[in-house]
Structure formats: C-alpha cells, structure tokens
Write a protein that binds this ligand. Structure first.
Ligand SMILES: Cc1cn([C@H]2C[C@H](O)[C@@H](COP(=O)(O)OP(=O)(O)O[C@H]3O[C@@H](C)C(=O)[C@@H](O)[C@H]3O)O2)c(=O)[nH]c1=O
Length: 179
C-alpha cells in the first residue's frame, strides 16, 4: 500500500497493492494496521451509492459531535472527488483538493473530520463506496453549495444532476464553520 500526503494536512491518498493473477485481482481495501499513526478513526458505517454520468453529490458533512472521517473509493466507473478544508485553524481553510478515483486506479482518499466532501460522476453505473467514522445523523447533515464562486472548484462537468437538498445548500460566503 502506498500512502501519500497532500498539500492539505491529514488528507491522504492511498493506493492499495493489487495482486493480479489468472483469476483476476486481489486487494486489501482496508487494513487498520497499515494506517496506524495516520488514521486513528474507528470506522463504524460503510456506504455505497450508484450514480449516472453527470451526477454531482456534495458538498456534504455532519456537524460535530457527529462529524465523520471518510475513507472513499470507487468500485465501478469513475468520479472527480473533491474535498474542502473547513477546519478554521488550518492554513488551507477554504481550499479544496480534488482527485480522480476510478475502478481502474483503485485509489482511495482518506478525508479526516472537518472537511466537506463531494464528487462528480464521470461514467454511467459508477458505484462509490466509503467507510465513515460515525453514524449517519440526519439532524446534523449540512451541505455547502457545490458551485459557490468563493470555492472556485472546476468540477469538469456542466449542468450536473443534483439532489433537491444540494440545490439549496449553504453558500460558502455566509458559512460559519463548526470545526
Ligand atoms: C448519507 C446517508 C443517507 N441515508 C439516506 C437519506 C436519504 O433518504 C438517502 C439519500 O441520501 P443523500 O441524498 O444524503 O445521499 P448522498 O447525496 O449520496 O450523500 C452522501 O454524499 C457524499 C458526497 C458524502 O460525502 C456522504 O457523506 C453523503 O453525504 O439515503 C442514509 O440512510 N444513511 C446515510 O448515511
């Protein structure tokens, strides 16, 4: 497993070792010990979503004390994954990081607590899978507007398909971070 740091503190790119043989492949999708001292979260919930090409989900987070760290990956298809640093003491507060995650590259992102997370779907039948360090809590769900001008994110798709909830998400310009 290769673990790479990014320009945003504690945000990691994880590339698993893939063992290919005549049957197909094998990989360890999560190994707590390999991430020791880097990822201290205990993951308690696994989620999966299927999306069509052109879907955009995000930018989501849960308020403390229900904040979630996430370990995200793609099982089929591909996405542009985007995270925004919401930690007010962070030198990269308000900045975003993006990376292509695909069934082909098998890359995972470790997104600590204190980030908003979203993704734009680049292929039909994209299955997105992620581990979360806290349970879903409907009352603490928050969303920041994906196309807020202040964030200046190039999502690489035009006129995305988004949920009604995400259409009325908060503007980052009015946003007060809970982290
Ligand atoms: C996130 C979630 C949703 N749900 C339900 C609520 C709703 O009826 C349905 C669909 O939920 P949503 O529209 O919020 O799904 P979605 O827009 O895919 O939400 C997800 O987006 C990505 C970007 C994230 O980072 C995730 O943490 C999560 O917020 O599933 C759960 O039961 N458990 C969960 O953990």
């Amino acid at each position: 497993m290769k673990i790479e740091t990014t320009f945003i503190k504690n945000l990691l790119i994880i590339t698993p070792n893939v063992f290919v043989d005549k049957r197909g492949y094998f990989l360890e999708s999560y190994n707590k010990k390999s991430l020791i001292n880097l990822v201290e979260d205990e993951f308690v919930q696994d989620n999966e979503s299927l999306s069509h090409k052109g879907v955009l989900r995000g930018l989501h987070f849960q308020n403390p004390p229900y904040a979630q760290a996430k370990l995200v990956r793609v099982l089929t298809g591909s996405v542009l994954d985007v995270v925004v640093d919401l930690r007010k003491q962070s030198p990269t507060y308000g900045q975003h990081f993006k990376h292509i995650l695909s069934a082909e590259n098998k890359i995972q992102l470790y997104v600590p607590k204190g980030f908003a997370h979203g993704f734009a779907v680049l292929e039909d039948n994209t299955i997105f899978s992620y581990k979360c360090s806290d349970y879903y809590n409907k009352d603490s769900e928050r969303a920041i507007l994906w196309n807020d001008a202040t964030l200046n994110i190039d999502w690489q798709i035009k006129n995305p398909i988004i949920s009604e909830k995400d259409k009325i998400a908060e503007k980052f310009s009015n946003f007060v971070t809970p982290f």
